[in-house]
Design a protein around this ligand. Structure first.
Ligand code: BG6
Length: 533
């Protein structure tokens, strides 16, 4: 496994004192001498965030950037220029971002002195992103900031707006000449695009085409935050860093694979967006197909961005495309209804704010995919995700074949199960049968466990920390590529088409349960059952 390691350049002297005196977990000694952690150099750069007043910026991006500064992984020559329509001064923007960091910073203390240093690099430029004149103003502001903050010619744009703005922003960046660095200040220009990449295959192709007119593919970083999760990266380490498991990793030994991303919360304030998206688009088309690709891809020859992405893309292209008549057997939508959970009344999806009381949206989706290649022919990949399920858990369960012949008299058969726990209790467990103490030969399932927290005893970076730093370092390994996005839309498009033409009896599961019964029936056709963690 390649450990993703970074160093920041030209760290201001005062950060040393601040960070060390506050007992930063990584800076007990001089961090510059810690070669293991600081292998990769991140150059100075300016990050321009479109949608800077939005939820993602406040919840994820700024806390991640602050945390990188806290961990001394951020270049001193940095600037963050936020844009949104709301008029604000730089200071008002800084105050707002401070509030967000104090509220959303996970697992870390807030340090006021460090914040003051960090906040000096925050700037704001209000304006309508649909207005070409705004880009002229942005360009001037960026020019001033670049020289004030010595960020060199390196600029990273981040599209964190409503998806309907992606194409206008990209076109306006191109028209303003902001898609490359100025001749007198050479450097790189990159753009991070948040999901969703389109609403379906056709609109995703239109978006890709528009992006291609303005940016080269090597400049484009399509973010799928699941790929930045430590535990998803660890799947690669587990598979390709060890010799034990890979020989078992195919249709001869694996009976089926289950990938579950269950959330216990509802749609909250995102009813409007979610009503148009649904679980299949929101989670399966992107995050879970990327996880499936990581589990099922062939080993890359080298750990380099395109070598790894080529293998993921190949796997996604090998997913069997369902015929319309196969969809009902292999894909199940669900929608949560109201329930009383923990003494509280929880609304059904149709009762959530901003949601049409007749909405046909899937807040749950379960799909059986097959991979058409030699390694996986005939092995079902069961993938499901839903809101308001019994608990929050994301994991991958690889179910191996039973012993071919049982010599013991026992009620307990198999299963030999390998569970890769993505969140919240990150780790890996192998389940097998063991002899129960005592006379006779009674067998019982037991488990061998690896737990991230206790084995490494340190905090893992969040997905956004990892991915932002990767983009600054020019490493696109964990970003998706146009061909991958297209292949995953192709895999779900027949389901979207059939579902949009069908009227389902919804809601069909109660909030706080494991989803609709029809999803159990889908597995029962092949004699399988969901493993409800
Ligand atoms: C987002 C989806 O991409 O991922 C959300 O839009 C979902 O609906 C979220 O809640 C889940 O991410 P995580 O990291 O909390 O599992």
């Amino acid at each position: 496994m390649v450990k993703r390691i970074y160093v920041f350049e030209n760290c201001p002297k005062e950060w040393d004192a601040t960070v060390i005196s506050m007992g930063n977990p990584i800076s007990g000694s001089n961090p510059f001498e810690d070669r293991l952690r600081f292998e990769r150099r991140v150059p100075p750069c300016a990050i321009v965030i479109f949608g800077a007043n939005g939820d993602l910026t406040q919840r994820k991006l700024i806390p991640a950037l602050y945390r990188l500064a806290y961990e001394r992984r951020f270049p001193a020559g940095f600037a963050i220029l936020g844009n949104s329509r709301t008029p604000m001064t730089d200071d008002q923007f800084r105050a707002k971002m401070r509030e967000a960091v104090e509220k959303f910073l996970e697992d870390s203390p807030f340090d006021a002195a460090l914040w003051d240093d960090f906040a000096r690099g925050l700037f704001y430029c209000s304006g309508d992103i649909a207005d070409p004149a705004m880009y002229a103003a942005l360009k001037t502001r960026l020019g001033e900031i670049v020289s004030e903050r010595s960020t060199g010619g390196n600029v990273l744009f981040y599209l964190s707006t409503q998806p309907s703005h992606y194409i206008p922003v990209v076109e306006n960046l191109g028209a303003a000449g902001l898609n490359h660095s100025p001749a007198d200040n050479p450097g790189w220009t990159r753009i991070i695009i948040e999901k969703p990449f389109g609403h379906d295959l056709a609109s995703s192709n239109v978006l890709n085409e528009a992006v291609k007119q303005v940016f080269r593919e090597s400049q484009v970083y399509r973010i799928d935050h699941y790929l930045g999760k430590e535990t998803v990266q660890n799947v690669l380490a587990f598979r390709f860093g060890n010799g034990i498991f890979e020989p078992l990793w195919d249709r001869r030994y694996v009976k089926h694979v289950q990938i579950t991303a269950a959330e216990s919360i509802g749609v909250g304030s995102r009813g409007g967006y979610y009503q148009e998206a649904g679980a299949l688009r929101d989670m399966i088309q992107n995050h879970l197909l990327q996880v499936m690709a990581t589990i099922a891809m062939e080993p890359p020859a080298v750990f380099e961005p395109n070598a790894v992405r080529d293998e993921r893309a190949k796997l996604l292209r090998s997913i069997k495309i369902m015929k319309p008549e196969e969809v009902h057997l292999n894909a199940v939508p669900g929608q949560y209804g109201p329930a009383r959970i923990g003494g509280e009344d929880v609304p059904g999806f149709r009762g959530e704010k901003g949601v049409d009381p007749e909405a046909q949206t899937d807040t749950y989706a379960a799909v059986t995919f097959f991979v058409e290649n030699w390694r996986w022919a005939g092995v079902p990949f069961y993938i499901r995700s839903g809101k308001r399920l019994a608990k929050r858990v994301t994991d991958i369960a690889i179910q191996f074949n039973d012993a071919p012949h049982t010599v013991f008299e026992t009620a307990a058969r198999g299963p030999n199960l390998l569970i890769l726990r993505i969140q919240p209790e990150e780790g890996i467990s192998l389940r097998f049968l063991s002899k129960q103490p005592g006379s006779g030969m009674q067998l019982r399932p037991v488990s061998m466990d690896f737990n991230y927290g206790s084995s490494f005893g340190e905090r893992s970076p969040t997905a956004y920390e990892t991915l932002l730093l990767d983009a600054m370092a020019g490493d696109s390994t964990l970003y998706t590529r146009q061909d991958m996005v297209e292949a995953s839309w192709k895999a779900v498009q027949p389901i979207l088409d059939v579902w949009s033409a069908t009227k389902f009896e919804l809601p069909n599961y109660e909030a706080g349960t494991w989803g609709p019964k029809t999803a159990d029936d889908m597995l029962a056709q092949r004699g399988h059952t969901w493993r409800n963690p």
